[in-house]
Design a protein around this ligand. Structure first.
Ligand code: AHR
Length: 498
């Protein structure tokens, strides 16, 4: 079968904000402790952070890292994580029924994130706390000195401000599971007043208000409308969260998860623009898709199954080839909405539904989903183009007919290179993709990299860390502005044309 698309740099969706390739570090399970941080590990640096994990993070190069939660932040006292480590209290983490030792806090995390080339995206606690804790934290991180909190930061070993620019106003406060769950109006008012106080401390920050925890929330849509009505002039982004559970009995629908993600994006854009119209606002609110990934949620026993351990093993999903193809496809969906989705964070970075896995005292390795994520983060920059694909469709239980080709293209205006990202959702047959490149006559050839496998359930693990890696397929040559590329059955592909 054949599918086709046209590449023309004149037809643009928008420029990719590099923050679309962000990730998320929560104090949950082994994401922080024995994930990024393990002082006794042979690869640990002087600050106790694992060198092997940091190297893999650098390979992904996530421009932003959301921190410290997640559900965790809604019960967190940030002051517990500063000052001499031996004085830091151990607390009950009510979100994950775990013990939090506070050995990593805002100072250590921010410095580590910057060493790996990432900017922190800090969340404040609007569950059990509020305006005062948030403005104090911001004073601690961003004020130069001469006040109680900024001088405390200096005394704690950070003379210059951390200067953290991006802040989340709480986490998933629409969810009954959240500590400090609120109605939309309660949250909207608190978020507005917290934003106001934070902007007075530092007017240069960007703020993200909480949207819905997922599309099936009964308040989805009305939550966003109420929250944005209360906060419109005070915030810059509204958040979205969505996880996809690989149900083996319906792989076709799972492979089409991007359709669901795009519906969510379009619904939130419509809601934000409705509030804009009603309030006669000039600016537009953008989207921060700050938690997304594949998550085997049906395998998770829930918080109640946990028993106050320090960094327990929690949702350490081992990802397959199919999962990696879906992750690639979700990123394609996000790119297609680059005009409004300015920030996105794959959740989470290490061990907890992460692209990176690590064993205490042992190795760190790349999961299957690492590969499309790292390659798209590196090469999916520039202008996203409107490519008008055509081709065959396949039936799915969840979404009806869905195109077998899922694709997007980015144009790097400086080098002139065009990179096409394409998923073949056909589980059994290759798909020939015909590219019309006549509008970019300088393109002569391209490298084709693909992720696929004879066994779609194959995974990487400590014993076989490189069982699944991207393969280099034969170079493609452009003739008369056209080229055809064969996409293997059930595959994620990157075609870099120059
Ligand atoms: O990423 C895991 C959890 O999923 C986060 O803590 C929460 O925000 C979401 O429900």
């Amino acid at each position: 079968q054949h599918a086709a698309l046209t590449v023309d740099p004149a037809f643009r969706i928008g420029e990719v904000d590099p923050r679309l390739y962000g990730s998320f570090v929560e104090h949950m399970g082994r994401c922080v402790y024995t994930g990024i941080y393990e002082p006794g590990h042979p690869s640990a640096d002087g600050e106790g952070f694992r060198g092997d994990v940091s190297e893999l993070v650098t390979e992904i190069a996530p421009p932003v890292l959301r921190y410290p939660g997640g559900n965790f932040v809604s019960g967190y006292r940030w002051e517990d994580g500063i000052g001499p480590r031996e004085n830091r209290p151990t607390r009950l983490d009510l979100a994950w029924r775990s013990l939090e030792t506070n050995q990593v806090g805002v100072d250590e995390f921010t410095k580590w994130a910057r060493r790996t080339g990432s900017e922190p995206m800090m969340a404040v606690n609007l569950g059990t706390r509020g305006i005062d804790a948030a403005r104090n934290l911001l004073e601690y991180t961003n004020h130069p000195g001469g006040t109680y909190w900024s001088d405390l930061r200096r005394a704690n070993g950070t003379p210059k401000p951390h200067d953290i620019k991006l802040w989340c106003l709480g986490n998933e406060l629409d969810g009954p599971w959240q500590i400090g769950h609120k109605t939309a109006l309660e949250y909207g008012r608190l978020a507005a007043e917290t934003a106001k106080a934070m902007r007075r401390v530092d007017p240069t920050i960007e703020l993200v208000a909480c949207g819905s925890s997922h599309q099936k929330m009964p308040t989805f849509g009305t939550w966003e409308a109420t929250v944005l009505t209360e906060t419109y002039d005070l915030v810059d982004h509204i958040s979205l969260h969505s996880y996809y559970d690989p149900l083996p009995e319906d792989r076709a629908s799972f492979l089409a998860s991007g359709v669901n993600l795009e519906r969510m994006v379009e619904a939130v854009v419509a809601t934000a623009d409705h509030v804009r119209a009603v309030g006669r606002h000039r600016k537009r609110i953008n989207l921060s898709f700050d938690e997304w990934n594949v998550w085997y949620q049906s395998r998770f026993g829930g918080e109640a199954s946990l028993d106050w351990a320090e960094h327990p093993r929690l949702i350490e999903d081992e990802y397959s080839v199919v999962d990696a193809v879906v992750v690639g496809s979700l990123l394609i969906s996000l790119l297609r909405h680059a005009d409004r989705v300015r920030i996105a964070c794959m959740a989470q970075l290490v061990n907890v539904i992460g692209p990176i896995r690590s064993e205490p005292g042992g190795p760190a390795w790349r999961q299957t989903i690492f590969h499309p994520y790292a390659l798209m983060s590196r090469h999916g920059r520039g202008q996203v183009l409107r490519i008008e694909p055509t081709g065959p469709v396949g039936d799915t239980e969840a979404f009806g007919d869905v195109p077998l080709l899922d694709a997007t293209a980015v144009h790097d205006e400086e080098s002139g290179a065009v990179t096409v990202f394409a998923v073949n959702r056909d589980q059994h047959a290759p798909l020939v993709l015909d590219l019309d490149l006549r509008a970019v006559p300088d393109l002569v050839a391209g490298e084709h990299t693909a992720l696929f496998d004879e066994d779609p359930e194959a995974t990487n693990n400590a014993e076989r860390p490189d069982r699944v890696t991207p393969r280099t397929l034969p170079r493609v040559r452009v003739a008369d502005g056209r080229v055809s590329v064969e996409l293997p059955a059930l595959s994620w592909n990157m075609i870099r044309l120059r």
